[in-house]
Design a binder for this molecule. Structure first.
Ligand SMILES: Nc1ncnc2c1ncn2[C@@H]1O[C@H](COP(=O)(O)OP(=O)(O)OP(=O)(O)O)[C@@H](O)[C@H]1O
Ligand SMILES: [Mg+2]
Length: 327
């Protein structure tokens, strides 16, 4: 494999007149964890689909594991694993039977040794003969990752691996993802709209907004670009924007619904003077955002990532909950 596991050169995907992915370029070094972060509808899944050969490119080109995705889709597919955002397991089959199905699907003949080793690694051996319908959400996720690893891929694509999971299961998965990366030496390409997830896991992050890359770099490089803190302020009554701008240390003021987003030099100095300018009983909520990937996103787009494309998220959480209830 070349030094870069994935190279995307101006990749573009249009659905009719709608451009879902617009001239996106990046490189993913072999052995790293690369995160594509963006709100609902930003184009994350579309990028995974074109890189895995599931969907054709409208423009640009990409190499995955050293092969052009358009010219050599089979070579690419043999070298990659995919963990979809949707559940792909068959509930009526046992864990072992799901692995057997995956081996058939991937045309791997010598799969049993590897399958046993993966079940051990993910602490699923004791449950291998139980129907997957009886598994917890965390066990299902582990099995999905085991399936993706069965044919010994060089790169794994994970589309929102922790969507709809409770915080404990999410942390467990974070450890597994870094473990798989380190112990199996596999390059991981993941998408997320949980910005702290990318911060915790990824060596490189690309922030995607409306089909375009807004910023790219290591989490620390990106955070270093934000100077100052963000304050979210929710008030009971409308507050005059010029009054907020007049407070010493305020650099920018933006309205988002009933909330104000203020950019200030230092929140420690700003907060006492805020109360001199706005009566404390008018203030319903204050949230201080120190430099983080979230504040990078706010600086670039003027929105919070979780509020940049809200309505889709709810139904996906709903389905995630339905799945959990079934499990
Ligand atoms: N098959 C399709 N036909 C038409 N439009 C599509 C299709 N697939 C995706 N889109 C549109 O392309 C845009 C990007 O969608 P995509 O699913 O890649 O976003 P995403 O970042 O994965 O969002 P989410 O966080 O909701 O998964 C959206 O506006 C979506 O409606
Ligand atoms: Mg998606």
């Amino acid at each position: 494999m070349t030094e870069d596991a994935i190279v995307a050169n101006g990749i573009t995907k249009a659905y009719g007149s709608m451009t879902a992915v617009d001239h996106v370029s990046f490189r993913v070094p072999s052995g790293g964890i690369f995160g594509l972060v963006g709100p609902n509808g930003a184009g994350k899944t579309t990028i995974i689909k074109v890189l895995t050969g599931l969907s054709d490119l409208t423009g640009g080109n990409a190499q995955v594991a050293g092969f052009d995705v358009r010219k050599y889709p089979m070579e690419v597919k043999q070298r990659i694993g995919w963990v979809a955002a949707e559940v792909i397991l068959d509930d009526d089959f046992s864990g072992w039977e799901n692995l057997w199905l995956q081996a058939k699907f991937q045309r791997v003949s010598e799969w049993k040794g590897r399958a046993k080793q993966l079940l051990d690694y993910f602490a699923l051996s004791a449950f291998k003969d139980n129907k997957v319908g009886t598994y917890s959400t965390g066990m299902r996720k582990k099995l999905e990752i085991a399936l993706a690893l069965l044919h010994e891929p060089q790169i794994i694509f994970m589309d929102e691996p922790t969507i709809g999971l409770d915080p404990g299961t999410r942390r467990m998965l974070w450890e597994l993802i870094t473990g798989v990366n380190r112990e199996y030496g596999i390059t991981i390409f993941l998408t997320s709209h949980y910005i702290e997830e990318a911060d915790a896991l990824c060596s490189q992050v690309a922030i995607l907004d409306q089909g375009k890359i807004a910023a790219m770099g290591s989490p620390n490089d990106l955070k270093a670009r934000v100077q100052g803190d963000y304050i979210e302020l929710e008030t009971g009554e409308p507050v005059n924007e010029t009054r907020l701008l007049a407070i010493p240390g305020v650099r920018e003021v933006r309205a988002q619904g009933r909330t104000w987003i203020l950019k200030v030099d230092r929140s420690e100095e700003f907060l006492p003077s805020l109360f001199d300018h706005v009566k404390p009983d008018l203030i319903h909520k204050i949230n201080v955002e120190k430099p983080s990937l979230e504040s990078v996103f706010m600086q670039l787009t003027g929105k919070r990532i979780d509020q940049a494309g809200a309505e889709v998220q709810d139904y996906r959480k709903f389905y995630a909950n339905v799945r959990r209830a079934r499990g």
